[in-house]
Design a protein around this ligand. Structure first.
Ligand code: IPE
Ligand code: MG
Length: 239
């Protein structure tokens, strides 16, 4: 358990989504607003990640996917990219014991072998160390793109000489193959788009957009988002 955070009375802990995803956005603007370099925003974002992820475990949400680095983020200045990878590496290295303590098994979504050697090593270690964890899932989307994921799956199917493939079989070829359906997606910083994130998985997800910049997105605001989710009527195409 982290620092005790009060649970909003309107939040029903019995009806939490099984699988949430977060598009953590706004680190750069958070820093710029303060006259700081963008990487200071990524640092603050990583600090916030610790806090929010701990609260996610404390609430008892089973599966959480974090969009850490997209296939398109390679277009940023090299200095910023290096800074992000260093921070993610440190975050994960610091976090691994806590993951095990919370019983969170890590999954990676994305072609992570293309990342810097140190980070690949950290990710491989974290996969091994959390492999037997059974309470929760923490899914790291890193060098991840939704189209890339779908195309990889298609190409795997072609390679296996498949002619016709069912939705169920196709899902087995995605990075998310053993994750529960994605119930709820949160995007911070006021951008109203999906940015190539979990395109297949989001078909029936509930979406939540907030203007709050990621470093300012608090556990309390996470609770407000979840309360909002609980008010939705999920119909999946039915009446
Ligand atoms: C999100 O913050 C972090 C990553 C995508 C790595 P941004 O870096 O996109 O912040 P803004 O959008 O420029 O404010
Ligand atoms: Mg952004």
């Amino acid at each position: 358990m982290g620092a005790k955070i009060k649970i909003n009375k309107l939040l029903n802990l019995e009806r939490l989504p099984n699988h949430i995803a977060i598009i953590l956005d706004g680190n750069g603007r958070w820093a710029t607003k303060r006259g700081l370099p963008r990487n200071a925003g990524h640092k603050a974002g990583c600090e916030n990640l610790k806090k929010v992820v701990q609260h996610i475990y404390d609430l008892g949400i089973k599966s959480t996917t974090l969009f850490l680095f997209s296939t398109e983020n390679w277009k940023r200045p090299q200095e910023e990219i290096d800074g992000i990878f260093k921070l993610v590496d440190k975050y994960l290295t610091d976090e691994v014991e806590n993951l095990v303590k919370n019983g969170a098994k890590v999954t990676i979504l994305g072609d992570y072998r293309k990342l810097p050697e140190n980070l690949v090593k950290t990710l491989d270690e974290i996969l091994v160390k959390t492999a037997d964890c059974k309470t929760a899932r923490l899914n790291l989307a890193i060098n991840y793109g939704g189209r890339d994921e779908i195309l990889r799956a298609v190409n795997k199917a072609i390679k296996d000489n498949k002619e016709i493939i069912s939705e169920q079989d196709f899902e087995k070829l995605l990075y998310s193959s053993d994750l529960p359906p994605l119930d709820f997606v949160i995007r911070t910083s006021g951008e109203l788009r999906l940015s190539n994130f979990m395109l297949w998985q989001m078909a029936y997800s509930e979406l939540y957009f907030t203007k709050t910049l990621w470093p300012d997105f608090s556990p309390q605001e996470l609770q407000l988002a979840l309360i909002n989710y609980q008010r939705r009527k999920r119909r999946f195409g039915k009446v």
